[in-house]
Design a protein around this ligand. Structure first.
Ligand code: UD1
Ligand code: MG
Length: 417
């Protein structure tokens, strides 16, 4: 029991600090709103009739209160050392510092993106740069590049495969994917924060489940707690709990009708936080499982992201002021402009009824923009904006449930969990 209390002490402090963070962020956001508009950081809500300026990039406030909380929290996991003079854990300390550094770096670069409206290629570069310090510490502290081979493939490859440098490429790509995948599933009030919150809560539940399983195991077989496992999942919780607090505060102002927009800063900040805990906690694969809707949205978007079909600057749904409802937005182009690959891919999409494709006699095509937001509207729309966001968040929750089924009952078929 004593052992458990010592383990849980920093988490309890973290929860208390996060509550303070939540209340201060809720109050801070409306206070700084006007400063953003003065600095020309605003946008117009395209799904409303009123043309008021909505402050943009408020994710930076969230990122800053998160960072301040983390700075104040730094000594807490090491209280044991101060109390008993136990050996100081430099590895854990450097992991904590560098994780904060990577997130800090990402908030800064994300804000630069909001201010300068960077091109797509830089959006891919920024998270890679921000994850470099993290990869460096990973190399020095654990350099674990082996992965467990799924049972059916073991006769071929053995129990473990060392991915070597490719493991680092994979971790860098995890950061790039997490940040951008959230950013392209956006455009209706509350969606960026809503989906990120569900992902964060899923990670938190996963941490708690893993720790409880280990605690129960130690009780039944009177074993010591598994130190590595506790370190990894506690580390994740130190970040995820304050993250949830700041994002909940932001959601209160970003929910329909939005008083503030979150900006790309928020998407980068969120994606990086998830990548950091996934990498340091060694549960990158499970983290990705919580991104099922984002993965589907990315795959569905591929023809537009790689410019096989034209991609307008904004793909968010089209607002109908008459009915106050949203319809799928469209991209219009000449069929003769498409190359052979584009024609083939879009033929697959059409025959599997994934798109609404209209062609007139002059060969001009009108096709819905390829996001799952528009896809939902195609089958369930037209919808009011609030209903659409709620539906998409429910899809995210369903994704998490599926992820847990894959992670626990199904994974035991492939791994010894
Ligand atoms: C991404 C999407 C784009 C989508 C946009 C909406 C891709 C490749 N890019 O671009 O299709 O339209 O996000 O965020 O998929 N806005 C609203 N209501 C909202 C949120 C945003 O009207 O609830 C509008 C506002 O005008 C706001 C702007 O979107 O100023 C912000 O867009 P930005 O985040 O800069 O777009 P991208 O991330 O580049
Ligand atoms: Mg954006």
């Amino acid at each position: 029991m004593d052992q458990l209390l010592i383990q849980l002490f920093p988490i309890a402090i973290n929860v208390i600090m996060s509550m303070f963070t939540y209340f201060s962020t809720v109050r801070l956001i409306p206070n700084v709103k006007d400063m953003f508009i003065k600095a020309n950081l605003y946008g117009f809500d395209m799904n409303k009739t009123s043309k008021t300026k909505v402050p943009e990039a408020l994710g930076v406030v969230c990122g800053c209160t998160f960072l301040v909380t983390m700075f104040l929290f730094i000594p807490m996991p090491f209280f044991n050392h101060f109390r008993e003079g136990a050996k100081f854990n430099h590895k854990e300390f450097s992991e904590l510092l560098v994780a904060i550094l990577s997130i800090c770096c990402m908030v800064f670069l994300g804000f630069a993106d909001d201010v300068f409206d960077l091109k797509w290629r830089y959006k891919l570069l920024l998270p890679t740069i921000a994850s470099l310090p993290l990869l460096m510490v990973y190399y020095i502290s654990s350099n674990m590049t082996e992965i467990t081979v799924p049972k059916p493939f073991r006769p071929l490859f053995g129990d473990f495969v060392d991915l070597w440098i490719f493991y680092y490429v994979y971790m860098g790509m995890l950061a790039v994917f997490c940040t951008n995948a959230i950013n392209i599933l956006a455009g209706v009030n509350g969606l960026e924060v809503g989906q990120s919150l569900i992902i964060a809560m899923s990670i938190l539940v996963y941490n708690i489940v893993e720790l409880s399983r280990d605690y129960l195991k130690s009780m039944t077989f009177s074993l010591e707690l598994n130190d590595n496992l506790w370190r990894a999942h506690k580390f994740s919780m130190y970040f995820i709990i304050p993250y949830i607090a700041t994002s909940l505060a932001l959601l209160r102002h970003n929910w329909y009708p939005s008083r503030v927009f979150v900006g790309d800063t928020f998407c980068y900040f969120s994606g990086m936080t998830f990548a950091v805990v996934g990498i340091i906690g060694h549960f990158g694969k499970t983290t990705l499982l919580f991104f099922i809707p984002q993965i589907l949205n990315f795959l569905y978007s591929v023809p537009q992201l790689f410019r096989l079909v034209p991609c307008p600057r904004h793909r968010l749904p089209k607002y109908d002021p008459e009915t106050d409802q949203l319809n799928p937005s469209v991209t219009v182009f000449k069929k003769s402009e498409l190359n052979i690959l584009a024609k083939f891919v879009m033929w697959i999409f059409r025959t599997s009824k994934l798109v609404d494709w209209k062609e007139d006699d002059r060969g001009v095509v009108t096709c819905n923009n390829l996001t799952i937001i528009n896809f939902v509207l195609l089958y369930a729309g037209p919808l009011r904006e609030e209903a659409l966001t709620t539906m998409l968040i429910l899809i995210q929750v369903a994704g998490t449930l599926l992820a847990f089924v894959i992670r626990y009952p199904l994974a035991s078929l492939f791994y010894d969990t």
